[in-house]
Design a protein around this ligand. Structure first.
Ligand SMILES: Nc1ncnc2c1ncn2[C@@H]1O[C@H](COP(=O)(O)OP(=O)(O)OP(=O)(O)O)[C@@H](O)[C@H]1O
Ligand SMILES: CC(C)(CO)[C@@H](O)C(=O)[O-]
Ligand code: BAL
Length: 284
């Protein structure tokens, strides 16, 4: 696996991969890789001839009081994991290569970016859309892979691809990969590493409480009582606060007051300084 840090070299390296009409898949990440990321890579390998992974802790998607500085960085370990998974090329640019002096462009997907995580993290999805569009333009992949753990992020990226007429990767080639979970149900996340052993144990209450809420929401006339008990269960189960616990349409992300086709439960909650997110489909 080649690691490339300069844009000038990336273009030639990707052109070499494409030689003979081979297809290229992109798996964007912020590093500190776990089985969730590796599952994205494996699905990408099944669908494309070559996989390009990227690692870039994107400053533009972190708020001023967020964990940009503390975000885990472990490039050597990540390189070994990606190599083992058969990734052809790792794009790992420095900050100045992505945002050189004078950089002034912002990509904003309005509407769906403003709710859920976008309401708690103002500007977050502008940062995501901006960097993802740059990654798409840099690598020009035939397809790209994102995790459903970050469901709203996937919706924002698909909206952007549709609105900006992206041809590479076009909207149908933006693949969502099901959430990979720990044995106790907690969605894997690089941020789980921030949890103390006691907090990690309490974190398992998130998927547990979501499971009960999904059962209560199915067939219920009103979503509100189940969402209220979900909040209560999290606060009683070691969480310090609940940023949101909402039933929304999975495609439009509009609020629902009862389950319908494509309904989805979205939750973000904090233990100490660590913010965890999860989402689950809800049947009618
Ligand atoms: N448990 C998971 N299951 C499926 N996909 C995942 C999972 N965790 C992360 N991903 C996906 O991997 C890609 C890179 O995510 P990222 O590097 O931000 O990791 P992360 O674990 O989500 O980190 P964090 O949430 O702490 O920022 C994203 O598309 C994300 O949705
Ligand atoms: C898509 C992404 C790599 C953009 O920085 C990031 O938001 C992530 O890791 O989910
Ligand atoms: N996994 C999404 C990236 C972020 O939380 O900043």
């Amino acid at each position: 696996m080649q690691t490339i840090t300069r844009l000038a070299m990336l273009r030639n390296a990707v052109a070499d991969l494409r030689d003979g009409g081979k297809t290229v898949a992109l798996v964007p990440t912020m590093g500190a890789l776990h089985e969730g990321h590796l599952t994205l890579v494996r699905e990408a390998r099944e669908k494309a001839d070559h996989v390009v992974a990227s690692i870039f802790v994107n400053p533009r998607q972190f708020g001023p009081k967020e964990d940009f500085g503390a975000y885990p960085r472990q490039l050597a370990r990540d390189q070994a994991l990606l190599e083992e998974e058969g990734v052809a090329l790792l794009w790992a640019p420095e900050r100045d290569e992505v945002y050189p002096e004078g950089y002034a462009t912002n990509v904003s997907v309005t509407g769906i970016s403003d709710r859920l995580c976008g309401a708690d993290r103002p500007g977050h999805f502008d940062g995501v859309a901006t960097v993802v569009l740059k990654l798409f333009n840099e690598v020009m992949p035939d397809m790209a892979f994102f995790g459903e753990k970050d469901w709203q992020q996937l919706a924002v990226i698909r909206r952007m691809a549709r609105d900006l007429d992206l041809t590479r990767p076009h909207v149908d080639a933006i693949h969502g990969v099901a959430i990979v979970r720990e044995a106790d149900g907690l969605a894997m996340s690089s941020r789980n590493a921030y949890l103390s052993p006691e907090q990690r144990e309490a974190a398992a209450n998130l998927p547990r409480a979501i499971g009960s809420a999904v059962a209560a929401l199915t067939g219920a006339d009103r979503a509100a009582p189940a969402l209220e008990s979900l909040r209560g269960e999290l606060l009683a189960g070691g969480f310090d606060s609940v940023d949101y616990a909402e039933l929304r349409h999975g495609h439009t992300l509009s609020l629902l007051d009862r389950a319908e086709t494509n309904a989805r439960l979205f939750v973000a909650a904090r233990i100490g300084g660590t913010r965890l997110i999860d989402n689950w489909p809800v049947e009618r």
